[in-house]
Design a binder for this molecule. Structure first.
Ligand code: HEC
Ligand code: HEC
Length: 284
């Protein structure tokens, strides 16, 4: 048989396979996407107080100026309704917009990039189930030179690592699950790890806390004096379910949202995994 018809037949088969809805959203996939949406805290930044879900947030105050998290509902005009799944993966892993421009790390893609491709796809599928809302984005209000978006390409080149988190085979399954939730979707380091002069996470002081704008961020390493080394697993679970601290106080501010919209909505096994990972963070 001549080679050309074989190739033609093969490409036809491939074309049909590609056109079929290869990854039709299954109930299981959607449930996984929903869990990632919660622990990812998307609503904390992308939903304004009493505003429609994910249609744009309240301003995020930073030392560089005000960021307004955009509308990420499936609305085709003002949201991400025209995006492909690949556009979404590029945004979450590489911090690049469909037009190639770079995102500010105020969008914590620096952590989301630790997520696996299948998880990013599950999250994208779940986002399709959010009602589309027409609401224009507001431009960020940043001071010079931070208002120059092109500078971010350089920043990403210098500081952004887009590789998904690799499991550590020497550790337990729960530890690995906890590491994934904390380092990836949970983006806990984005607040709890101090930053360098360049605004990149200072991994040599991972989870040592510090200041973030006006908020004082606690040290959550296993250091018994500075961190949470004296907390029991139950203390940590109490915090992750209802935000209560061992001294009976409740967390406030941004952490209250992380708990209410995020860790409180996880299955208990995931909170236990997070607790196990946190308790293993080297003291700093
Ligand atoms: C800490 C605040 C914060 C959190 C949490 C957050 N985002 Fe964002 N997000 C932003 C900001 C700010 C931008 C705008 C970045 C820019 O303009 O460079 C953004 C931009 C985006 C964009 C690009 C939209 C566009 O129109 O170009 C997508 C997609 C996105 N976020 C998805 C998500 C998802 C999904 C989650 C949850 C897993 C999430 N974000 C969590 C702050 C946040
Ligand atoms: C948006 C910023 C932000 C993110 C993201 C964040 N935290 Fe926090 N966290 C805080 C702040 C602020 C506090 C202090 C709250 C208070 O005491 O009122 C805090 C407090 C805590 C505490 C209590 C520590 C103490 O000594 O009181 C723990 C434990 C904690 N966070 C764990 C986590 C974990 C785990 C994650 C990721 C799932 C996370 N945080 C994500 C801002 C954040």
């Amino acid at each position: 048989m001549a080679r050309a018809p074989v190739v033609a037949a093969l490409s036809a088969v491939l074309a049909i396979a590609a056109a079929a809805p290869a990854r039709a959203a299954t109930a299981e996939g959607l449930a996984r996407g929903e869990l990632l949406f919660h622990i990812g805290g998307c609503t904390n930044c992308h939903t304004a107080k009493d505003g429609p879900l994910l249609a744009g947030g309240d301003p995020l105050e930073t030392p560089f100026g005000k960021f307004w998290a955009p509308n990420i509902t499936p609305d085709p005009e003002t949201g991400v309704g025209r995006w492909s799944e690949d556009d979404f993966l590029r945004a979450m892993r590489f911090g690049k917009a469909p037009d190639g421009s770079a995102y500010y790390p105020a969008f914590p893609y620096t952590s989301y990039a630790r997520m696996s491709d299948p998880d990013l796809r599950a999250l994208w599928a779940y986002l399709q189930t959010i009602p589309p809302v027409r609401r224009e984005d507001r431009p960020h209000e940043l001071s010079f030179p931070y208002n120059l978006r092109w500078g971010l390409h350089l920043w990403q080149w210098a500081f952004h690592d887009p590789t998904p988190l690799q499991p550590d085979p020497s550790k337990s399954e729960a530890w690995n699950r906890g590491a994934y939730l904390v380092e990836g979707p949970g983006h806990c380091a984005e607040c709890h790890t101090p930053r360098t002069f360049w605004g990149a996470l200072d991994h040599s002081r991972a989870y040592a806390g510090g200041r973030l704008g006006k908020e004082v961020i606690p040290n959550i390493t296993s250091d018994p004096a500075k961190g949470i080394g004296k907390w029991s697993t139950n203390d940590l679970l109490g915090l992750l379910v209802i935000g209560i601290k061992p001294d009976g106080d409740f967390v406030g501010g941004d952490m209250a949202k992380v708990v209410r919209n995020g860790t409180a909505k996880l299955p208990e096994s995931d909170r236990e995994a997070i607790a196990e990972y946190l308790r293993s963070l080297p003291p700093r």
